[in-house]
Write a protein that binds this ligand. Structure first.
Ligand SMILES: Cc1ncc(COP(=O)(O)O)c(C=O)c1O
Length: 400
């Protein structure tokens, strides 16, 4: 009999993290690989943030902090919510966790009973369904089609709600598509939710600042204040401040929920590193110029990658509103054959072909719940991206 719990049989290892591991192995073996799988900015953490961490160490801030974060940090987060989102959260309505990932995990552990349903629009960030499953919930996947901009329509939301629905997970701008919901589109979803008072919404706003052109970011509790008492607003330092390794995310929500999430965390990680918390205070309260500078570079890369992909035979790519991903369709290459006679039967075959023939590592749409697509993270050096797109064009040109 296996030592591993049955619960683990329901989940699978993160395919994106696995790909990152595979790329590292191939590079170590001397192979020429361009990894476009990892969802993290390639920029270094801004220096003012690093220096704040150094000062915290020098002050001896190396001990336990309150579980839900230092008062100073929660004050900085409350000020951020007010300043950028017009939301009023008290200090006891804020949870600080080890990354946005733990905000979701804590929320699911704190609220789901067996059989409770969570609506997950697809394509989704790979961890959502597995976190729901680990907490004994049932993910209800709603396929959001490219013709609707990869967005869930109000009718789809309404049809997915049952008496067992506990949460809707919303992510805008989204991973893996980069699609974002406008204020009016969020308001239309909120109208549906207002008719179903038992449904809560977790809005994952981690890509809030990575948004392009004239698109305006909105978050649901701001658009529909009536939902404030059943909304968990998630954000974090990883993407906006290039702080993936510092592990700091946070959520604002009703007191009872935050208290329950804090209880969960008190028996697992206790809190995120004291030094990371001091750095996050500086990130939120200090100069913000680097955020816009990084977004400007991401926009240039998006504008490089999208046309190059559209020039690849059999590939079509929508222009995303935000985040640093594109989610091109590879429908046009399905059914074709590689030069050595292998059939491209689905998007997994296609990404395997790209990796084996050209050393370009991307993630198949199947991992995100909508095929036939693949995800490219363009949070990588511009020259490498250009070379990767040339290789994809070459690989597609060789199919017949
Ligand atoms: C949609 C989305 N939410 C949350 C996260 C979690 O980021 P972190 O745990 O580093 O804050 C990620 C990271 O890839 C993400 O893409």
């Amino acid at each position: 009999m296996s030592i591993i719990a049955r619960r683990l049989g329901r989940i699978k290892p993160s395919p994106t993290n696995m790909l990152t591991g595979k790329v590292a192995e191939m590079k170590a073996a001397g192979q020429d690989v361009i990894g476009l799988g990892a969802g993290e900015p390639d920029f270094d953490t801004p220096d003012n943030i690093k220096q704040a961490a150094v000062r915290a160490l020098e002050r001896g801030e190396t001990k336990y902090t309150p579980i839900n974060g230092t008062i100073e940090l929660r004050e900085a987060i409350a000020a951020k919510f007010k300043r950028e989102n017009g939301l009023d959260y008290g200090l006891d309505q804020i949870a600080v966790c080890c990354g946005g990932k733990q905000v979701i995990f804590n929320a699911m552990m704190a609220t789901l009973d067996p059989g409770d349903e969570v609506i997950v629009p697809a394509p989704y960030w790979v961890s959502y369904p597995d976190m729901v499953l680990m907490a004994d919930g049932t993910p209800v996947i709603v396929e959001c089609l490219e013709e609707n901009g990869f967005r869930m329509t109000p009718a789809q939301l309404d049809a997915a709600i049952t008496p067992k629905t506990k949460w809707l997970l919303l992510n805008s701008p989204g991973n893996p598509t980069g699609a974002a919901y406008s204020r009016a589109q969020i308001a239309a979803l909120a109208d549906v939710l207002e008719g179903h008072p038992h449904v809560w919404v977790l809005t994952d706003d981690i890509y809030e600042h990575v948004i392009y052109d004239d698109f305006e970011f909105s978050t649901i509790a701001q658009v529909a204040p009536a939902l404030m008492d059943r909304t968990l607003t998630l954000n974090g330092m990883s993407k906006a401040y290039c702080m993936t390794g510092w592990r700091l995310g946070y959520g604002g929500g009703p007191r009872e929920l935050i208290q329950a999430m804090t209880n969960v965390q008190s028996h697992s990680t206790t809190h995120t590193a004291s030094v990371s918390q001091a750095a996050a205070v500086e990130a939120l309260n200090g100069p913000q110029e680097s955020v816009a500078e990084h977004t400007a570079v991401f926009k240039q890369r998006r504008d490089l990658v999208v046309p190059m992909l559209n020039q690849a035979a059999g590939i079509t790519c929508r222009v995303p509103e935000g985040a640093f991903y594109v989610y091109p369709s590879c429908a046009g290459v399905i059914g074709m054959k590689t030069p050595d006679g292998k059939l491209i039967g689905d998007d997994t075959d296609f990404v395997t072909y790209l990796l084996e023939s050209e050393g370009v590592a991307v993630v198949q749409g199947a991992a995100f719940g909508l095929s036939p697509y693949f995800r490219i993270s363009y949070a990588t050096a511009t020259e490498a991206l250009e070379e990767a797109c040339r290789r994809i064009q070459r690989a597609c040109g060789r199919l017949s």
